[in-house]
Structure formats: structure tokens, C-alpha cells
Design a protein around this ligand. Structure first.
Ligand SMILES: Nc1ncnc2c1ncn2[C@@H]1O[C@H](COP(=O)(O)OP(=O)(O)O)[C@@H](O)[C@H]1O
Ligand SMILES: CC(C)(COP(=O)(O)O)[C@@H](O)C(=O)NCCC(=O)O
Length: 310
């Protein structure tokens, strides 16, 4: 408080308060569609879509419109007739926190608004160096850490989309093969909205360079207590052992042969040595930079929302 003014840059709302802000936004998703979008071991239900995601799409729709108006003002000033630049939305958070479910849900929900039907999603794993390069640099155990990504290529990709390049290509990462797929590519074609999801998307740039978040119009950090995310990581690991790892093409196939106890110990070690370290050292410190924080409780459900207002 300075001179009686509330100067904190954040508004923190309980889930109940936030859900009021849905106003009359309609629910456009069915139970079957949600089933398709839900990540491995993510218990999200339609109540959470209604309470949390509908107000969020309402906010993003308003913000998108404001951003288009700002763009148009600039074009009028410059006397240029450029098409409006794509709106870029970043989504950050730990491994196993459920970022991909948030990203996939927003992808589907935002595309159902008439103002922005063309929404594309890219995950930053596409910009991980291939395993061969990671091995040569002796950083295979650092997959997911900032240095394991080709950050220049990622920034160039987002800069090109933002600049209105009609077709922008990116590599493809396979969780199954645990590597970049040789020769595979995905193409983003001038969307209304591009969602960029990944662990490190809120990391600041090195001096005199630009970071991917310099192109973001809005950013979301998916947050939970570290001990809860660890439990989710270990539970998901067990689930993956019974599903994806059974695939003959899975990089992790040998892990299906471990006993339950050995598997728990293995997952806890990977969590502690890789993912928790990355969370504590690189990811969590970027939370304050997000425009919106979705905070989850121990049962994965979103309990609080923090919005940056200035
Ligand atoms: N080893 C794996 N095999 C198959 N799918 C995986 C594996 N690890 C993670 N995934 C899937 O990849 C996606 C991204 O996971 P992750 O980076 O942990 O982020 P988050 O849980 O926040 O979405 C999720 O949909 C997850 O279920
Ligand atoms: C592929 C990931 C680095 C996430 O990539 P993102 O799309 O968030 O950039 C991560 O899911 C991962 O595989 N981490 C390595 C450690 C582990 O296997 O848990």
C-alpha cells in the first residue's frame, strides 16, 4: 500500500470467485471431447472446464480483441495494410504439472470463438536437440534444461509466425521414441492464435538477445507444490509403464521389466535429479513473469488463480 493505494501487481482469486467471471460464456465441449484432450493420469472434468477454463477463454477473447485494436492503430499510424499479427499465448510449468492438458483444452476452446477460429499449438520439445547432439555435448541427463533446446531456432520460429510469414515449419518430437523424429516437420500457417507450451518459455533472454516470451501477448504458468508434482510424476510413470512403454517402439520399454518397487525408486530418482532440479533452478523462478498463474491442489484440481493486472 502506498498513499492508500493497493500497489500489488496481482489479483488473487479463489476458484469460486474466478468461476463467477465466466459470465455467459457457453460450454462448447462435450465429455467425449474432454476425454480426448485429457493427459495421461489427469483427472480434469467438465466442472473444471466450466469453472476455470470458460472464464479464462472469456479473458483471452477480450484480450485478443484489445490486441487486434492496438495492432490496427499501429497500422493506421504507419499507413501500412498488414494483416493482423497472430496473437501468441505462452504456457509454462513443471514436467508432469499438466501443461499439455491446459494447452490442448485452450486450443480447442479458443477455436470455437468466432473471432479466432484458427488456433495452432506448438510444444517446445520440438526444439530439443536430437539425442545424438545431446550425447555429443554430454547433456542427455539435462533434457528439458535450457541448454538442451535450440533456443535460437525456437525464437526464430515464433518471430516468423508473429511477423506473418504464411508457413513456418518446426521439427517434431516423439515422447515414445524420446527423440526428434528425423525428417518429420509440422507447419504453422498464419493462425489467429499460436499457443507455445513448454517448460522454459518464460525464461528471460541472454543480454542483447530476444527470448521467445518477448513475442508473447499473454502467458500462463501452471503451478502446484513441488511435492504434489513429484507424486503426479511417479503415478504417471507407473501408468505409462502399463501403456506407452509397452509399445515395442518405446525408448523406455526395458522399464516395464522392473518390479513396482524398482519402478517407484527409478521414477523418484529421475524426478529428483532432473525434473525437480529444473523446476527449482529454472522454471519456478519464472512464475512471477506470467500474466496468469493457475494453482493446483494435491488432487490436480485448480484451486486459485492469480492475475497480473499491471
Ligand atoms: N515417457 C513418456 N511417454 C509417453 N508420453 C509421455 C512421456 N512423458 C510425458 N508424456 C506425455 O507428454 C506430454 C508432456 O508431458 P510433460 O512435459 O511432463 O508436461 P505436462 O505434464 O505438464 O503436460 C504429456 O501429455 C505426457 O502425458
Ligand atoms: C520432453 C520434455 C523435456 C518436455 O518438453 P517441453 O515440451 O516442455 O519443452 C520432458 O517431458 C522430458 O522428457 N524430460 C526428461 C526427463 C524425463 O524423462 O522425465
Amino acid at each position: 500500500m502506498a498513499n492508500g493505494w493497493d500497489t500489488t501487481p496481482y489479483v488473487e482469486l479463489s476458484r469460486a470467485q474466478w468461476s463467477e467471471l465466466r459470465k455467459n460464456t457457453p460450454l462448447t465441449l462435450t465429455e467425449e471431447e474432454l476425454e480426448e484432450l485429457r493427459g495421461v493420469d489427469d483427472p480434469i472434468d467438465l466442472t473444471e472446464v466450466t469453472d476455470v477454463y470458460l472464464p479464462l477463454t472469456r479473458l483471452l477473447n477480450l484480450h485478443f480483441t484489445g490486441s487486434r485494436q492496438r495492432n490496427a492503430a499501429l497500422n493506421t499510424f504507419l499507413g501500412t495494410g498488414r494483416e493482423p499479427a497472430p496473437y501468441i499465448l505462452g504456457i509454462a510449468g513443471s514436467v508432469a504439472v499438466g501443461k499439455s492438458t491446459t494447452a490442448r483444452l485452450l486450443h480447442t476452446l479458443l477455436a470455437r470463438w468466432p473471432e479466432h477460429p484458427r488456433v495452432e499449438l506448438i510444444t517446445t520439445d520440438s526444439f530439443l536437440y536430437p539425442n545424438k547432439v545431446l550425447s555429443e555435448r554430454d547433456i542427455m541427463h539435462r533434457k528439458g534444461f535450457p541448454e538442451s533446446y535450440d533456443r535460437r531456432a525456437l525464437v526464430r520460429f515464433v518471430a516468423d509466425v508473429k511477423a506473418g510469414v504464411p508457413e513456418v515449419g518446426a521439427p517434431v518430437y516423439s515422447h515414445l521414441e524420446y527423440d526428434i523424429v528425423p525428417g518429420a516437420a509440422q507447419t504453422v500457417r498464419h493462425p489467429d492464435i499460436l499457443i507455445v507450451e513448454g517448460l522454459n518459455v518464460l525464461q528471460p533472454a541472454p543480454p542483447a538477445a530476444l527470448a521467445v516470451n518477448d513475442y508473447f501477448d499473454f502467458s500462463i504458468y501452471v503451478d502446484a507444490r513441488t511435492e504434489h508434482v513429484r507424486e503426479w510424476y511417479v503415478d504417471r510413470f507407473h501408468k505409462l509403464r502399463r501403456t506407452a512403454f509397452e509399445d515395442p517402439k518405446s525408448y523406455f520399454r526395458r522399464l516395464t521389466e522392473l518390479s513396482e518397487e524398482e519402478a517407484t525408486a527409478f521414477a523418484k530418482d529421475v524426478w529428483r535429479d532432473i525434473n525437480e532440479r529444473n523446476l527449482v533452478d529454472n522454471i519456478a523462478p519464472t512464475r512471477g513473469r506470467a500474466d496468469l498463474v493457475l494453482h493446483k491442489g494435491s488432487d490436480h484440481s485448480i484451486r486459485k488463480v492469480r492475475l497480473r493486472r499491471g
